[in-house]
Structures are given as structure tokens and as C-alpha cells.
Design a protein around this ligand. Structure first.
Ligand code: BGC
Length: 671
């Protein structure tokens, strides 16, 4: 449960503000401390403490938590691949506890930007190419974090979809696309989970930087959506911004990590020249100090939740969520799960076999350094012990496993750079093909935070497991899935294209759409992002959005709608079905539901995700599943009204196992 904004807190804020001088109010707007770039400076006279933050989103990051080692959770994309709201909440709670135990007030997470290009260096830190999936998992995550009296911070608002020139480029995006794709999850999380902060993006959106973007901050976030928290800059994001008043008037409360536009003198001058009003100043200070109260910054630490770090529970949760996020992409002839009893020898290869990810700043600001990290080799050794020999001769082994993928180096999955190509780096394709030529039981385990092109090798190997970055217990998580202790139930939260030019930002083949020309990146594909694009253009992806195999099989029975029409936005309709596990293993299925607007005033995607449920079933078991259809999810953003519109008329509901494996289509009407 989120800590309620009790009247007491509002009164305490009012009281505090009445005691502050105008100069002190200015001082609150930035950290004023060069050496502590994640904490703000206290104001002793009125007892204002330091506000302390730490980077996320994989846990409390080393560089920003006083160089402390903390539980390293799987990457956000892996959490998204679980399609498991409850797990997202649990991870949020655990991260909140770690931050609380550090005595900090805010986790700089979650990152909820939409995957526009598979080359974005920060794809691993974000959830999905789809706003619905993003918000469905980010809402419980934020609620989980904030249940520990720790603030969550949604970032990077908005359209920060690439790292190339991120501090100087402008995302040129039309109004409908901006709202329907890039702002949609922000809006939903703000409304449903009341996050205490939003971090503005580095880039410009339609020519205006995030931290001074009055339209995005004041008008949309605060006035339209009713955001009650405060806005901070991304670190050093104000460098290219020209005026102080532009930021204040936009509603920016906190400039991090030290003053540039919010230097005391600049604030005083702009104020004395009447460039912003006293009310505006009060508002930005109020928003921020209110969150300080909510986070207990003024309270005795003994009276706050104590939190917990590096507990066995958190480490097990890291392992469990890593396991649940893994996506079985290929399993020809049922090579997986590996059978302990029938395998005598195994060969382990590939650059990711011994790789550790939790190093300082590795991958950028989300680098959490854990107290220990289980590599795939550690996990395999532990599992195989005396029963399976780990041998080096590929051709003699019963099974060969290649641990391939990316890391957090430049040009891979890393902040500040984008990936250079969609293919595996170095000679990894060669290693896979040579191994497959020598051993027909070759399994490829991919550790990466973004899609990989596989045409050069996938037909040569029988099994591929997408493990993402599975956290500090990753080696164990992978082994548990390979040997069938855990049945993989992850589903892709983004499309894997066959080749880069198939994906929307790259189809033009010219820099205009990526990485931009003259510091402008044109979102010419509009709302057709991710599977919306592949569906619309009829392009066959390598693996579609929502895809993932299992060691068992499922059947959908008696799929039907509980009514034929919806009259009002408040009405709810339900898709009801029975899901049966008709295989030999226990496992989880993700029932997915998409909508299609049959006739529309504006071009709409052939399908859009509007519901899903993850259901766990023992062998032979069957369960009833109910998925709600919420009319608001059928809406599009109408630019003539600058608002959402649910168009009356016929819609279709598509129920299936992935965006491309639809079992049932049913029609209903709205309005
Ligand atoms: C990143 C943010 C991060 C901040 C503070 C920036 O470079 O874009 O995600 O929270 O640094 O470390």
C-alpha cells in the first residue's frame, strides 16, 4: 500500500514553507553539493535534512548508494518478460526495502520508455515496445517500492528512445503518437500508482528540452493527469537549456546534480525581474518538500520501516524472477529440458560463460554490484557436480551449450551508446556454427538485454533460450531452466526482427529516423511501433511480441465474451475461457488478449494488447481464466479534441498465445 498523503503531511508542508525565506526556497531546488551527487544539501536553520536518492532500476546501484553492495535483480526487460504483475510488485517491495535499509528516500526507477529501436543501448532498462504491458508491470512495481516509504521515480519523461546524441537531439513526434505510444504508460502509472517523482529526459521533444518542457510537465503531467509528485532533471540535463525561468515555469522542482540553471543568483535575478511568480515557486518547492515528508526524511529513522538488504529472500527473489523471465525461443525435438539421467558429458562454451555483470557503472547508471554473482559456469558446476562431466571436446559431449550474447561494453547494452548492430558481436556466430557442426545437441543461451538477429545461425541449432540479464543468481536460474527444475514461462516483451531494416525506426534506411539528422530524430513511423509495425506492414518477425515456448502444451477451451456490447466507458466486459495443460510438465501460460477496431476514423494498428493473465497449471490441470476488457484501452488519442476517444462501433477481441498465434476472434460493439 502506498503511504497515504495524510492531511497531517499537507499541514506539515504548509508550516515548513511558511518558515522558509525565499532564499531558502531557492536553495532547496538543487543539490548544491559537488561531491554528493545523489543527495541534496541540508538547511540546518529550519531542520531540513538531506534528501537521498539512489539509482535503479536493477536494485540500489553501487555508485549512488555510498559504494554499497546490494541485491542485483534481473534487468527490467527480464521482469517485463515474466508478464507477472505479482512478481513485479514483489520485486518493487524488495528494492524498496533495500533502499530503505540504506537510509535513502528514493529509487531512481522504473525506466518506462518504450522500445522504439532494438539498438537503443538502454533497452535492457526498459520494459517493452508496448505501453499496455509496460504500465501493467510498472504500476505494481511502483506500488511495491512506495509501500516501503521509499519514493519511485518514473524516467525518462519522455521520448528518450536512443542514447546517440541523447543530450542534444530532439525527438520529432506528432501529438497522437506522443500520447498514444510514448506517454501512455507514464499517464497510466501516474494515475494508478501515484509515483512521487518523475525524471525529465535529456533530449528535446519537438524542439524543447525535457526539463523546461512546459507542455509535457505543467500542462500534460500536472494539469491533465493530476500528478502530485515533483519533477527532477536527469543528471546534468540542463546544460543546454537557456533560461532559469523556463525550468521553473515548466514545473521543475529539482535540478541535479548541482546548479546550472538553478544557481542561487540566477534564481534571484529571474525572480526579481518577474520572470516567474511567487505561486509558481511555492508550487515547485511544495511538491518536493511534500515528498520529503512522505519519505520520512524529517522523521526519526527508528520510526520508519527499517528495510532489509542482501537477505536470502531477496536473493531467492532475484533468482525466481530471473527464471520466470526466461523465454524459450526454440526447442526442436524437445532437446530441452536436459535430462540429468541420460547425459554423461557436457561442453560449455561462449564469452558469456564466465561473465559477471555487476561491476561499477557497468552498463551505466543502473549498475548494481552484488555481494556475489553466480555465473553460468558456477551454476553448471554446482548442478553437474559428480553426475555429469564437463568436458572440452565438443564432438564427444552429449550436449554442447554456448553462452552467447552481449555485455555492457560500448556499443552493446549500455547507457550513453547505442548498439552498433543487431548481430552478436565478435566471432560469436562463428562459435555457434562451429559448435553446431561438431555437436547436433547444441543449445544456445543468450544473455542480452535487447533483440539479437539470428539468421546466420538459428537454423543450425535445435535450442535457443533467451536469458536476458538474469541478475546475481543468474547462473543458477539458467541451469534450473535448462534442466527443467523450472519450466520457462517468459514471453517476449518486444519483437525480435529478422534484420534491422525490418524494424520501424530503421526501415527508411536513412538517418532521418535513426539516429537523426541535424539533431532531429523523426518518428515517421508514427504509432506503428513494435508489433504494430510488423502487423501493419505484413513483415514476418524472427520471433513475435508475446512469443515464448514451454516444456508443456496448453489448450484454450470455450473462449467467449460475457456480453456482446459495451455501452459506457465505465462498463467492463470479460473474456472467459478455460486453459488446460495437456502436456507432461507443470507450467505457466500467458493468455494474451488484443483488440482490433473494425472501422475507424483514423488509421489504427491491426491489433493492440489490452489484457493478459498468467496462469499456472499442473500436468493435466485445467483452470478458468477471466480477462477484463476495459473500454479505455480501446481508445485512441484524438488530435482534434486533444484527448482520448473511444470510437463507437464494432471491435474485435483476439485471444491467443502471442501476437501472431491468435486462436479466437470475437466481435462486440461499443457505444
Ligand atoms: C541517467 C539516469 C540516472 C542518472 C543518475 C543519468 O545519466 O540517464 O537514468 O538516474 O544519470 O545517475
Amino acid at each position: 500500500m502506498t503511504v497515504p498523503p495524510s492531511p497531517d503531511i499537507e499541514e506539515r508542508v504548509t508550516e515548513l514553507l511558511s518558515e522558509l525565506t525565499t532564499k531558502e526556497k531557492f536553495m532547496l531546488l538543487t543539490s548544491h553539493g559537488r561531491h554528493r551527487i545523489y543527495t541534496t544539501k541540508p538547511i540546518g536553520r529550519v531542520g531540513i535534512p538531506s534528501f537521498k536518492m539512489t539509482d535503479g532500476p536493477l536494485g540500489a546501484a553501487y555508485h549512488s548508494s555510498g559504494f554499497s553492495k546490494n541485491t542485483r535483480f534481473p534487468a527490467t526487460i527480464s521482469l517485463a518478460a515474466t508478464w507477472d504483475r505479482r512478481l513485479a510488485h514483489e520485486v518493487g517491495v524488495a528494492m524498496g526495502k533495500e533502499v530503505r535499509a540504506l537510509g535513502r528516500h528514493m529509487l531512481l526507477a522504473p525506466g518506462i520508455n518504450i522500445h522504439r529501436t532494438p539498438l537503443n543501448g538502454r533497452t535492457f532498462e526498459y520494459y517493452s515496445e508496448d505501453p499496455f504491458l509496460t504500465k501493467e508491470l510498472a504500476i505494481p512495481f511502483v506500488k511495491g517500492v512506495q509501500s516501503q516509504q521509499v519514493g519511485a521515480c518514473l524516467k525518462h519523461y519522455a521520448a528518450n528512445n536512443q542514447e546517440t546524441d541523447r543530450r542534444s537531439n530532439s525527438s520529432e513526434v506528432d501529438e497522437r503518437t506522443l500520447h498514444e505510444i510514448y506517454l501512455r504508460a507514464f499517464r497510466a502509472v501516474v494515475k494508478a500508482a501515484d509515483p512521487w517523482a518523475v525524471m525529465a529526459c535529456y533530449n528535446m521533444v519537438n524542439g524543447v528540452y525535457g526539463s523546461e518542457n512546459r507542455y509535457l510537465l505543467r500542462e500534460v503531467l500536472m494539469d491533465r493527469w493530476g500528478f502530485k509528485g515533483f519533477v527532477m532533471t536527469d543528471w546534468f540535463a540542463t546544460r543546454n537549456i537557456e533560461t532559469t525561468e523556463g525550468c521553473v515555469n515548466a514545473g521543475l522542482s529539482l535540478e541535479m546534480p548541482w546548479p546550472s540553471k538553478y544557481k542561487l543568483k540566477s534564481l534571484q535575478r529571474a525572480y526579481s525581474e518577474g520572470k516567474f511568480t511567487y505561486e509558481t515557486l511555492e508550487d515547485v518547492v511544495r511538491r518536493y518538500t511534500r515528498v520529503m515528508f512522505l519519505a520520512g526524511a524529517f522523521d526519526d529513522r527508528d520510526e520508519l520501516p527499517q528495510g532489509a538488504r542482501n537477505t536470502i529472500e531477496h536473493q531467492e527473489l532475484a533468482r525466481r524472477s530471473g527464471e520466470e523471465g526466461m523465454v524459450l525461443l526454440k526447442n526442436k525435438g524437445g532437446l530441452l529440458p536436459l535430462d540429468m539421467k541420460s547425459i554423461d558429458s557436457i561442453t560449455l562454451l561462449g564469452p558469456n560463460l564466465k561473465k559477471k555483470y555487476g561491476r561499477i557503472l557497468s552498463g551505466g547508471s543502473s549498475a548494481v554490484v552484488p555481494p556475489y554473482e553466480i555465473t553460468p559456469l558456477d551454476g553448471m558446476r554446482e548442478k553437474c557436480k559428480d553426475s555429469i562431466a564437463i568436458v572440452s571436446d565438443v564432438s564427444q559431449a552429449d550436449v554442447a551449450i554456448v553462452f552467447a550474447g552481449l555485455g555492457h561494453g560500448r556499443g552493446e547494452d549500455s547507457e550513453t551508446t547505442d548498439r552498433r548492430s543487431l548481430s552478436l558481436p565478435e566471432n560469436q556466430e562463428g562459435i555457434i556454427n562451429q559448435t553446431a557442426a561438431a555437436n547436433r545437441n547444441t543449445v544456445v543461451v543468450l544473455m542480452a538485454g535487447s533483440p539479437i538477429a539470428m539468421s546466420a545461425w538459428i537454423d543450425n541449432v535445435p535450442a535457443v533460450l533467451m536469458a536476458w540479464y538474469p541478475g546475481m543468481e543468474g547462473g543458477r536460474a539458467i541451469v534450473n531452466v535448462l534442466f527443467g527444475d523450472v519450466n520457462p514461462s517468459g514471453r517476449l516483451p518486444l519483437t525480435f526482427p529478422k534484420k534491422l531494416s525490418d524494424s520501424p525506426a530503421h526501415s527508411s534506411g536513412i538517418p532521418r529516423t535513426f539516429p537523426g539528422v541535424d539533431k532531429k530524430v523523426y518518428y515517421d513511423e508514427g504509432i506503428f511501433v513494435g508489433y504494430r509495425w510488423f502487423d501493419e506492414k505484413g513483415i514476418d518477425p524472427l520471433f513475435p511480441f508475446g512469443f515464448g515456448q514451454s516444456y508443456t502444451s496448453f489448450e484454450y477451451r470455450d473462449v467467449h465474451l460475457n456480453k456482446e456490447s459495451l455501452k459506457r466507458p465505465e462498463d467492463v466486459m470479460q473474456v472467459e475461457l478455460r486453459v488446460a495443460n495437456v502436456g507432461q510438465h507443470a507450467g505457466s501460460e500467458v493468455v494474451q488478449m488484443y483488440s482490433h477496431d473494425v472501422e475507424s476514423l483514423v488509421p489504427r494498428p491491426p491489433k493492440e494488447l489490452i489484457g493478459f493473465e498468467k496462469v499456472q497449471l499442473g500436468p493435466g490441470e485445467e483452470k478458468n481464466v477471466v480477462v477484463n476488457v476495459n473500454p479505455h484501452d480501446l481508445a485512441f488519442y484524438d488530435i482534434s479534441q486533444h484527448d482520448w476517444l473511444i470510437e463507437p462501433g464494432a471491435f474485435e477481441i483476439l485471444v491467443g498465445r502471442s501476437s501472431q498465434e491468435i486462436n479466437t476472434r470475437m466481435e462486440f460493439t461499443y457505444g
